[in-house]
Design a protein around this ligand. Structure first.
Ligand SMILES: Cc1ncc(C[n+]2csc(CCOP(=O)(O)OP(=O)(O)O)c2C)c(N)n1
Length: 654
């Protein structure tokens, strides 16, 4: 059965003339043991919420996963897909892409991300288990990781977090083949991986990765350890079966070549044509794909006893009832904000919004990378998740931004949870690879990124994001929202929660900002990305566009311009991506043909799209500085006076 995986992998890579045969050939035995003896899944029901999760962190070995999905009989993974490996519109992309075929639990390829995702899935499983009980949620998360995954920094963060939280349902199979692209791993690394995992409180084992019984025993033992995650280091031979290339980096990422493939067939005793799996072997595999049918049916019977919304929430925590409750909660908190009229930092407003949302969105799981008080991510309604106790709904991720983001992806992918997590906006750099994957995988993950500009003040240029808004806006399918006041903040939270297939960044201020949306209204104006906040009484001479904390400067500038006889409109643009998605007529109406001035305490990169060739930008030209915020705004010339002066100049040029 393992040789079927090997043959399919080498044939598919050979036909595509590109890909990675070595890893699937090396891990074929371990994967066969896992899929035929342990993994709880039903190939006919890939969305079974209580299935075990399988994460191929070493995503370059995608043919291992595709072969397993084909052999076990997953829908949509026909042999034709394997023959079309790495071709346009096939389900078998170079690296596994979430959503391309049932059974692909996550997108992997950037090494180490899968381990982070697996930690998130294992955490989601325990969180939901503590809420729903064993009859509904009771499964394992298995992850295959290679030397590369374990060399990546994110693995340290993820392993450490998993060990701390005592995620006993997580089992990592390490493809310990001692080879990576450049050659033997000894060129670059001499860590004792077993000791490293032990130091993070993991259960560990070392096995011959080609001895099925040893692998089975190690997995069986790992499953018995409930208070620690497990690492099983499987000593394997990369490209196992290839007569001259096995055990060498030559099998890692290139086709073996016709002769070597022929030789491997002989060595493995595989006498079948390319892509041909003999009936008895395929039948055994298909039986493995159906061996948990009874368990699936029993689960279904148990789940039928849940009410419809609880059942729906297992996959989508923001189902119908919750959606309606969110609208109510957001309306209530908005009206409180308007009544109080207080000057609040948007991070404080966010905390108040969360306090209203938490009771109505049971699947909301918060956290912060050791900046809880600064991010305002914790409310008095939260309880903290502790090692081995998953009844809480707030996670102290520690100073592990990258793993926080990858873990949140894993939780979102698992289903049943809407994760949000906080750090400073400047440290989106530390989790950017995972943010990119949230966007690529279309996962609802909410990033609460505070201290969003020089407005954070004294911490200085290391902590002051200047290019980050632009860099995040450059990621496709990510909505970057920078609310200007408490009302916009509530609106942005609503948008983030309702955006089922789009992650969101909430860029929030450290410093207080005045309430600008001071009239009661139920319409979520931020949902259009930008809207007219102030329309002058006569035809516009100029349009001032502001985001976040700088919207107030645009408002003050408009007032000053009015005194000089210049009619200035003020447009709030909390989210340029959402604005871009509006009709041209709406966009034209909001921006009008008048000259435009934008103000944002960040670099101008990207703004030309909205300003046109004749517009002006008031913002940052380079890095910030360490000083109280109000001094910095003056020092860098980001003031109402500067906005008004830029507007006057544009108007006088006309
Ligand atoms: C973050 C990241 N860096 C680099 C790469 C390129 N890359 C793909 S596989 C690989 C080597 C991985 O070695 P190992 O995990 O031992 O895989 P094996 O050779 O056993 O297949 C590298 C550097 C990547 N995919 N992701």
């Amino acid at each position: 059965m393992a040789n079927a995986i090997r043959a399919l992998a080498m044939d598919a890579v050979q036909k595509a003339d590109s890909g990675h045969p070595g890893m699937p050939m090396g891990m074929a035995d371990a994967a066969t043991v896992l899929f035929t003896r342990f993994l709880k899944f039903d190939a006919a029901h890939p969305d079974w919420p209580d299935r075990d999760r399988f994460v191929l962190s070493a995503g370059h070995g995608s043919m291992l996963l595709y072969a397993l999905l084909y052999l076990t009989g997953y829908p949509e993974m026909e042999i034709e897909e394997l023959k079309n490996f790495r071709q346009l519109h096939s389900r078998t992309a170079g690296h596994p892409e979430y959503g391309h075929a049932p059974g692909i639990e996550t997108t992997t390829g950037p090494l180490g991300q899968g381990i982070g995702n697996a930690v998130g899935m294992a955490l989601a499983e325990r969180l939901l288990n503590s809420r729903c009980g064993d009859a509904i949620v009771d499964h394992y998360t298995y992850c295959v990781a290679g030397d590369g995954c374990l060399m990546e920094g994110i693995s340290h963060e993820a392993i450490s977090l998993a060990g701390h939280l005592k995620l006993g349902r997580l089992i990592v199979l390490f493809d310990d083949n001692q080879i990576s692209i450049d050659g033997p791993t000894s060129l670059a690394v001499s860590d004792d991986q077993i000791e490293r995992f032990k130091a993070s409180h993991w259960h560990t084992a070392r096995v011959d990765g080609h001895d099925p019984e040893a692998i089975a025993l190690a997995i069986e033992n790992a499953r018995q350890v409930t208070d620690r995650p497990s690492l099983i280091a499987c000593r394997t031979v990369i490209g196992y079966g290839a007569p001259s290339k096995a055990g060498t980096a030559a099998t890692h990422g290139s086709p073996l070549g016709e002769d070597e493939v022929k030789g491997a067939r002989e060595k493995l005793g595989w006498r079948h044509q390319p892509f041909e799996v003999p009936k008895p072997i395929l039948a055994n595999w298909r039986a493995a794909g159906a061996r948990h049918r009874t368990a699936y049916e029993a689960w279904n019977a148990a789940a039928k006893r849940l009410d419809a919304s609880a059942r729906a929430a297992l996959t989508d925590p923001i189902e119908g009832k919750v959606k309606a409750a969110i609208a109510g909660a957001v309306a209530a908190v908005r009206s409180d904000f308007v009544k109080e009229g207080a000057k609040l930092a948007t991070r404080q407003s966010s905390q108040k919004v969360l306090e209203k949302l938490l009771p109505v969105v049971p699947g909301l799981i918060g956290g912060s990378a050791d900046l809880t008080g600064s991010n305002g991510t914790l409310t008095k309604l939260h309880t903290v998740v502790k090692p081995g106790d998953f009844t809480g709904n707030y996670i102290h991720y520690g100073v592990r931004e990258h793993a926080m983001a990858a873990t949140m992806n894993g939780m979102a992918l698992h289903g049943g949870i809407v994760p949000y997590g906080g750090t400073f906006l400047v440290f989106t750099d530390y989790c950017r690879p995972s943010i990119r994957l949230s966007a690529l995988m279309r996962q609802r993950v909410i990033y609460v990124m505070t201290h969003d500009s020089i407005g954070l003040g004294e911490d200085g240029p290391t902590h002051q994001p200047v290019e980050h808004l632009a860099a995040l806006r450059a990621i496709p399918n990510l909505i970057v929202m920078r609310p200007a006041d408490s009302v916009e903040c509530a609106e942005c939270w609503e948008i983030a929660l309702l955006s089922k297939t789009t992650p969101a960044i909430l860029a929030l201020t450290r410093q207080g900002v005045p309430l600008l949306r001071d009239r009661p209204s139920d319409e979520n104006l931020s949902a259009k990305g930008a809207y007219v906040l102030i329309e002058p009484k006569r035809a516009r001479d100029v349009t001032l566009i502001g985001t976040g904390s700088e919207l107030a400067l645009a408002v003050a500038a408009a007032k000053a311009l009015e005194g000089e006889g210049i009619a200035a409109a003020v447009v709030s643009m909390p989210c340029s991506e959402l604005f871009e998605a509006q009709s041209k007529s709406y966009r034209d109406e909001v921006l009008s043909a008048s000259p435009r001035v934008a103000v944002e305490a960040a670099t101008s990169f990207g703004w030309s799209k909205w300003l046109g060739p004749s517009g002006a930008f008031v913002g940052m030209q380079g890095f910030g500085a360490s000083a109280p915020a109000q001094h910095l705004y003056k020092h860098f010339g980001i003031t109402a006076e500067a906005v008004a002066a830029a507007a006057c100049e544009l108007v006088s040029k006309r």
